[in-house]
Design a protein around this ligand. Structure first.
Ligand SMILES: [Zn+2]
Ligand SMILES: [Zn+2]
Length: 134
């Protein structure tokens, strides 16, 4: 009975992350809590730890000092907006030249995590409007 409850909590965390894309632990907690008010932050953190270790979830980077989790664990790159923290998935990123060079030297790369940073279109448009007003 107890184990069943734990399994459900883990599933809520995973389902929330799958539905919403990229979220911090606190974002996940706030969303899960809306449907399951008795869940605690500690429970969310513990389950994220288990899901990360078992490879069902990956940490994609940090936004405003928070770790951001991703339920997509296939190899894909990210673009992070420095201003609003939005994270975009990037498709079609193959092994980089750095990986090819490493493997040509006899090393084996098992994972490539690429994150690009900048300003998203929304923030650029907002910024353009603000400077226009002045
Ligand atoms: Zn932005
Ligand atoms: Zn992603």
């Amino acid at each position: 009975m107890v184990e069943r409850r734990h399994t459900n909590q883990r599933q809520w965390v995973l389902d929330t992350l799958k539905a919403e894309g990229h979220l911090s632990a606190l974002d996940i907690y706030n969303r899960v809590r809306a449907d399951h008010p008795d869940i605690s932050v500690a429970t969310v953190y513990r389950n994220l730890g288990i899901l990360t270790e078992s490879g069902q979830v990956q940490i994609v980077g940090h936004s405003s000092q928070k770790e951001i989790y991703d339920a997509r664990t296939d190899s894909h790159a990210h673009f992070v907006c420095r201003s609003c923290g939005q994270i975009f998935d990037l498709e079609g990123i193959g092994p980089s030249d750095a990986v090819k060079n490493l493997e040509a030297s006899g090393h084996r790369v098992s994972e490539q995590r690429l994150t690009l940073y900048g300003l998203c279109r929304d923030c650029l448009e907002k910024h353009a409007k603000e400077t226009h007003v002045q």
